[in-house]
Ligand binder design. Sequence first.
Ligand code: FES
Length: 97
Amino acid sequence: MSEERAGETIICRCRDVTEEEIVEAIHQGYDTMELVKRKTKVGTGTCGGRTCLPLVQRILAREKGVNLTEIDLPRERAPIVPLPIRYVAGEEGRSSR
Ligand code: FES
């Protein structure tokens, strides 16, 4: 860790985005999950935001002074390749096939 990074809290390990960068974006007016994601690239790494997006949701709620349930998660994008509907519906492993 470099001197400049000491004391910073990494929220998105895939994109190396800190809590300070997220808070700064929110204070600049990027005050929804979608806008924070577009501004900072948080949640666009290889894990697809599984780890960081819930943390960003909490930071947004805290900074806006609202309940966590009032912060919507970003929209999911469609898969690049066609998938059987059972993968999307969560039915994989439940059928007898
Ligand atoms: S930790 Fe943010 S996209 Fe993986």
